[in-house]
Design a protein around this ligand. Structure first.
Ligand SMILES: Cc1cc2nc3c(=O)[nH]c(=O)nc-3n(C[C@H](O)[C@H](O)[C@H](O)COP(=O)(O)OP(=O)(O)OC[C@H]3O[C@@H](n4cnc5c(N)ncnc54)[C@H](O)[C@@H]3O)c2cc1C
Length: 448
């Protein structure tokens, strides 16, 4: 039987689903999969992006763990593609590679003042509160008022975590440094700004409704934003999600404030213009917009300012280029045709495939990475004639190479040890888990 030795780079949901689909579908080949992950823990943004107070979504980890536990996949944690293993190494040991490296950086927002101290990327803040080892342990939470630019789920995650009282996050897996940081935050007002109207938002009703359920936080919306145009009225009638969003807003528009110690303001028709401040951010200027009649908005020439000491831009994520692999600098993805990587002449790059956010761009939920993976795996299986012919396909050859290079890699047992360790830390404080953040501590816990 033909043997398919496959490398997958990136152990987020996309990479793990790709492994699962291949193992379940495969009847013609004898498949062996090695999964390389730069962190000592798998699950990508499910562990390091999904907000800690979304345990139902974090629960997807259980299904991903079942895939890893089938015993057919080897995990090489703490191995960075582009430094510890290179494309030539993969060609020497495997028939093909799937890149599923996702995205971890903020997309740029090109407005004056965005580089000022006190102006932050949402992705960096998310990485801090979700305990990503490659980000600083401290986060400057000294603002009493903050602006969040963006109208997607990540903007609402950031606004919620900023407004929520730290004790209400204690039942989650937040690391101790994050709890301590949030506990000392003096914040009273968080302002979220969207360029378009309340019926053109990108967030989901569930994320929106949740804001109204925060303890000791009043929702503030502004009546001037709810003078609906024809397109908005049509959207409410034709789209169930928008209808629910409208219903949530109606409640907040009529509800009296409770006198909570914190307020979460939602501003619409507010296009970002600049972050104000000399040496650090001390305000945010925006231009009032209005519907353009074609589903978009246009500027009205009316400028407004709000005084804030921190500005968070949540305008999307952006993928990173990988050594030796084509990259679309404009979109932040690996150029591909249905997962088959293509070069700058549009020709397929033999043996190289992509899936998940690095294939499609950083939009869509975890579930979408499954259909992505199906498409990519289908191409991989139909493409046998173009696979690489590795000189050293034996399973220990890559292990020997990593050891020779002094790579301090971890494995699946290592992750299980770390997982148990985090649960034990949590149990001591009657919490389900407390995440370990520093990489050396993660590796030490992996060693048991
Ligand atoms: C803030 C935030 C909140 C979200 N909340 C939700 C939610 O509530 N519900 C939902 O369904 N979806 C949510 N999502 C979307 C979801 O996280 C993504 O759809 C999904 O994680 C994308 O999967 P992926 O495997 O393509 O990428 P990722 O999850 O990013 O995984 C990529 C993996 O590759 C690894 N990697 C990267 N570079 C290298 C390298 N050079 N060498 C080795 N390994 C590497 C990374 O460490 C990572 O583990 C959220 C996303 C964000 C950013």
């Amino acid at each position: 039987m033909t043997k398919l030795r496959l490398a997958i780079v990136g152990a987020g949901p996309a990479g793990i689903y790709a492994a699962d689909i291949l193992l379940k579908a495969e009847k013609q080949f004898d498949v062996s999969i090695d999964l390389f992950e730069q962190l000592p823990a798998p699950y990508g943004l499910v562990r390091y992006g999904v907000a800690p107070d979304h345990p139902r979504i974090k629960g997807i980890i259980t299904a991903l763990r079942d895939v890893l536990d089938t015993g057919n996949i080897r995990l090489f944690g703490n191995v960075y593609y582009g430094r510890d293993v290179m494309l030539d190494d993969l060609k020497e040991h495997y028939n093909a590679v799937i890149f599923s490296t996702g995205a971890i950086k903020d997309a740029p927002l090109d407005i004056p003042g965005i580089e000022l101290p006190g102006s932050y990327g949402a992705a960096d803040f998310v990485s801090w509160y979700d305990g990503h080892p490659d980000f600083p342990r401290e986060w400057p939470l000294d603002a009493t008022s903050a602006a969040v630019i963006g109208n997607g789920n990540v903007a609402l995650d950031v606004a919620r975590i900023l407004s929520k009282h730290a004790d209400d996050l204690l039942p989650t897996d937040i690391p101790s440094n994050v709890y301590e940081g949030l506990r000392q935050s003096p914040i009273t007002d968080v302002h979220v700004f969207g360029r378009r109207g309340p019926m053109q938002v990108k967030f989901t009703p569930l994320e929106l409704r949740e804001l109204g359920e925060l303890d000791d936080v009043d929702m503030v919306v502004y009546e001037e934003d709810f003078d609906y145009d024809d397109a908005s009225r049509a959207a409410i009638e034709s789209n169930k999600q928008i209808m629910v969003i409208d219903r949530i807003f109606r409640k907040w528009r009529t509800e009296p404030r409770s006198g909570a110690s914190r307020r979460l303001h939602l501003h619409f028709f507010a296009g970002p213009v600049r972050v104000l401040g000399e040496d650090r951010a001390d305000g945010f200027r925006y231009e009032r917009t209005e519907p353009d009649g074609a589903g978009g908005v246009r500027g009205t020439g009316e400028f407004r300012e709000v005084s804030v000491q921190a500005v968070y831009r949540a305008v999307g994520y952006f993928g990173s280029a990988l050594d030796g692999i084509p990259f679309d600098k404009r979109r932040g993805v690996i150029p591909n045709r249905e997962g088959q990587v293509i070069d700058d002449r549009d020709e397929p790059v033999n043996g190289v495939y992509a899936t998940g956010w690095i294939k499609r761009g950083p939009v869509g939920l975890i579930g979408h990475t499954k259909s992505d993976a199906m498409e990519t795996v289908r191409h991989l299986m139909n493409d046998q004639a173009n696979w690489w012919s590795p000189a050293h396909p034996e399973e220990d050859a890559i292990v020997i190479l990593l050891k020779e290079r002094g790579v301090d890699f971890t494995n699946l047992q290592g992750w299980q040890n770390l997982d148990e360790h985090e649960r034990a830390l949590g149990a001591a404080q009657e919490r389900e888990r407390i995440k370990v953040v520093p990489r050396d501590e993660m590796i030490a816990a992996s060693r048991g």
